[in-house]
Write a protein that binds this ligand. Structure first.
Ligand code: ADE
Ligand code: ZN
Ligand code: ZN
Length: 256
């Protein structure tokens, strides 16, 4: 491949990383949600997904990202607004954001007159987006593209704050998505109900507040490793757990 063509095609990936809650994170939220679906939701989803699991389809929205035909969906994965502000009070992007996207998905899935293809597409997108909503750097600040331009080192390798939270932390833990889901999904009914309280508007502001702390957790160029993991793994696991349980709640509400 010509060097210029290579750079043209892959420049955004080189500069900003892959920009998603890595595959493992999405599969964990999908798997936890799968195990908290109502019977009715399970049957309806099983039909729409042709028997595939939530974990399996959870990465679809990232898998289509490199395809130009889907470029209008790239703004759906995140939202940026000033720290200290609520989503409700913030200026909205003309391209949409993770919250407007989630609402669009919910309406499309519920639309009984919509085509099956359209309902399946939006279901797969929704399963992914509720995961992204719980990656704090996806509910973030515009100036640094959700931490993508904040360079740090991860165990001696070049990385950035966004990528640490998409991939580095979860991958360095070294558990598969099923192992993580098994660990995180055994929650008391009381705790599950607490986590599932609220709406996506509450959840987006919660992620945004966590994101503000994460900006304070690193210095530009800092060498991160074990200490950062020790300090942040509990938050990582809590976010994965919330993502899974809330995805189940959203799907149970849609499918009755
Ligand atoms: N691009 C710009 N801001 C972003 C964010 N918060 N998350 C992912 N990609 C982004
Ligand atoms: Zn994403
Ligand atoms: Zn990301």
């Amino acid at each position: 491949m010509k060097k210029t063509l290579f750079l043209f095609l892959f420049f955004p990936v080189i500069v900003f990383g892959n920009a998603f809650w890595g595959k493992t994170g999405h599969r964990v939220t999908g798997e936890i949600a799968e195990n908290h679906l109502s019977g009715k939701a399970k049957r309806a989803i099983n039909d729409l997904l042709d028997g595939h699991s939530l974990a399996f389809v959870s990465t679809f929205a990232d898998d289509i990202k490199a395809d130009r035909a889907y470029s209008k969906y790239s703004a759906w994965h995140y939202v940026n607004y000033p720290l200290g502000m609520s989503y409700a009070d913030s200026d909205k992007s003309e391209y949409g954001d993770i919250i407007t996207a989630i609402e669009t998905c919910k309406s499309a899935i519920k639309d009984k007159n919509g085509s099956r293809k359209d309902r399946v597409f939006h279901l797969k997108m929704l399963i992914h987006l509720i995961g992204d909503l719980h990656q704090p750097m996806h509910v973030s600040r515009a100036e640094d593209k959700g931490g993508n331009t904040i360079q740090v080192q991860w165990f001696g390798q070049g990385s950035n704050l966004h990528r640490v939270w998409d991939k580095n932390l979860i991958e360095s833990y070294g558990m598969t998505y099923t192992e993580l889901a098994m660990e995180l999904q055994n929650v008391s009914r009381k705790k599950r109900k607490e986590i599932q309280l609220g709406t996506v508007y509450d959840w987006v502001d919660e992620s945004h507040e966590l994101c503000a702390d994460l900006y304070d957790s690193v210095e530009i160029g800092e060498k991160l490793g074990y200490r950062y993991s020790y300090d942040h793994n509990d938050l990582l696991f809590a976010q994965l757990q919330k993502g899974g349980l809330r995805l189940a709640k959203v799907l149970n509400d849609i499918f009755g």
